[in-house]
Ligand binder design. Structure first.
Ligand SMILES: NC(=O)C1=CN([C@@H]2O[C@H](COP(=O)(O)OP(=O)(O)OC[C@H]3O[C@@H](n4cnc5c(N)ncnc54)[C@H](OP(=O)(O)O)[C@@H]3O)[C@@H](O)[C@H]2O)C=CC1
Ligand SMILES: O=C1OC[C@@H](O)[C@H](O)[C@H]1O
Length: 431
């Protein structure tokens, strides 16, 4: 079913719900056209299997390994911990997820010639060290968000990846979800006209899964998320999502202005932050203007992130012809609402789209110590399958970046983190 077909159907319904299961049309399978689609290996043609190395075996690594069970050609090959003392933890992870090997140092995994791609999910503060080691060994990699803790480190890592000509992607899995690809498609084909605003929020309460420190000077007394030395903060943990959502219609284009304000904890990390960007040109596709209407002169982007409270978590793209709302949880969504403006105010035709997760080829493994149905640490981690499928296709196509989230976008996102921090440290400045 073509996109036009889908839209026709949706337009025929004043308010309805469509379940999109068929993602086998060619444009959706060609990663070079900016879409991953889901996991129909048959239609994608023969894909060379990919041997994955996992550096670290913490919470998100467990979720990612589970999601690989949905991806054709994804082979869990080797899992490594930072320290040989922790080898038993890697061995337990190997057994739980069916990896071929477990090793007690990252370098052992990186020197293994059978490794095709590395999934790095160690702590933020070790990014430069770990990503540099991966790239120096000439390995392709998916680096969990954020790629780095600041723009300068990010630029150095991107330059190194480009000089080594290897694939590198910041793990902005959101961009690979079919709901988000569908939103992008609708923006790019002009369905909602010129995009004049984006509103996106993602806040969670870090105390739900970690402990607030009893001694602010001693990181061993609390969760790393609360310590800047360990790469904690709202901007680095939750912030990458609303920022990436805001960038979607504009790519890596430099905003005309960036303003930010937030709340900083005595430990030094920001607990919440609001960012407002303006762009000199609108996103998406401008539509012919009727006489007497305001031309699209630019766009305003409002973003909120937090680790001290949970927010609703939606992303809305506002265009001159309508709106697209990525429904909660917007960083790993399965639902999308499209509202096409009618005559006058408040007369939108509303359609909701739903994108069910693919089935795993073998049952998911429970989280350590969890019951049979307790299979993920984080919400909707099933959706890592979309990112892993995108990576498989990129590697098969010989790409060194994922079109869904380019390294230039990653760097733009990090430059916004830098700008927000600067603004928060100078609360009366206008920048
Ligand atoms: N895309 C997504 O949805 C998600 C992404 N993330 C990202 O994944 C990464 C890891 O998150 P998560 O798995 O929750 O984190 P964990 O707390 O589970 O830790 C991950 C790994 O980091 C290392 N580590 C943990 N504590 C310390 C410490 N105090 N000092 C040094 N190293 C330490 C360990 O590596 P080892 O095993 O080698 O000992 C550990 O396994 C982060 O970058 C986070 O932003 C997190 C959640 C979801
Ligand atoms: O990336 C993430 O980091 C923090 C988690 O709570 C969140 O669910 C996740 O996707």
């Amino acid at each position: 079913l073509s996109l036009t077909g889908l839209l026709k159907r949706s337009r025929n319904r004043a308010r309805g719900r469509r379940v999109l299961e068929d993602f086998s049309t060619p444009w959706q399978l060609d990663i070079r056209k900016g879409s991953t689609g889901v996991l129909y290996a048959e239609e994608a043609g023969a894909q060379k299997p990919v041997n994955w190395a996992f550096l670290s075996c913490g919470r998100v690594a467990h979720d990612y390994a589970n999601a690989l069970r949905c991806v054709d050609g994804a082979k869990p090959y080797v899992v490594a911990t930072r320290s040989a003392d922790d080898l038993p933890r890697a061995e337990a992870f190997r057994d739980r997820h069916g990896f071929e090997k477990a090793v007690g140092t990252y370098s052992e995994a990186l020197l293994d010639p059978n490794v095709d791609v590395v999934y790095l999910s160690s702590l933020h503060s070790a990014r430069v060290e770990h990503v540099t080691a991966i790239l120096e060994c000439g390995k392709h990699c998916v680096v969990e968000k954020p790629l780095a803790c600041n723009g300068a480190d990010g630029r150095r890592l991107v330059e190194l990846a480009r000089s080594k000509n290897v694939f590198m992607m910041e793990g902005m899995w959101t961009r690979c979800f079919p709901a988000v690809e569908h939103a992008r498609r609708l923006i790019n084909d002009g369905t909602i006209g010129a995009v004049t605003a984006v509103i996106s929020d993602f806040g969670f309460d870090a105390a739900d899964s970690g402990v607030y420190p009893t001694d602010m000077n001693d990181p061993s007394t609390g969760d790393p998320i609360y310590f800047s030395k360990l790469g904690g903060s709202a901007l680095l943990w939750a912030g990458p999502y609303p920022i990436a959502a805001g960038l979607l219609p504009f790519g890596a284009t430099e905003p005309r202005s960036v303003a930010a304000a937030g709340v900083v904890d005595p430990t030094g990390v920001d607990l919440s932050c609001g960012l407002t960007l303006s762009y000199a040109a609108p996103g998406g596709v401008p539509v012919p203007q009727k006489a007497g209407t305001c031309p699209p002169r630019g766009a305003t982007v409002s973003l909120y992130t937090a680790i001290d409270a949970e927010s609703a978590e939606t992303t809305t793209y506002i265009g001159q012809k309508g709106r697209i709302t990525v429904l909660p949880p917007a960083h790993c969504p399965t639902k999308l609402r499209v509202e096409l403006k009618g005559k006058g105010r408040g007369n939108a035709r509303v359609t909701e789209f739903e994108f069910p997760f693919p089935e795993p080829k073998r049952p998911f493994a429970p989280v350590p110590g969890g019951g049979e149905d307790d299979v993920f640490f984080y919400p909707n981690s099933h959706g890592f399958a979309y990112e892993a499928a995108a990576v498989t296709r990129c590697l098969n196509a010989g790409l060194t970046e994922c079109p869904q989230y380019t390294l230039d976008e990653t760097l733009r996102a990090l430059s916004l983190v830098d700008a927000a921090r600067k603004a928060m440290s100078e609360p009366n400045s206008e920048s």
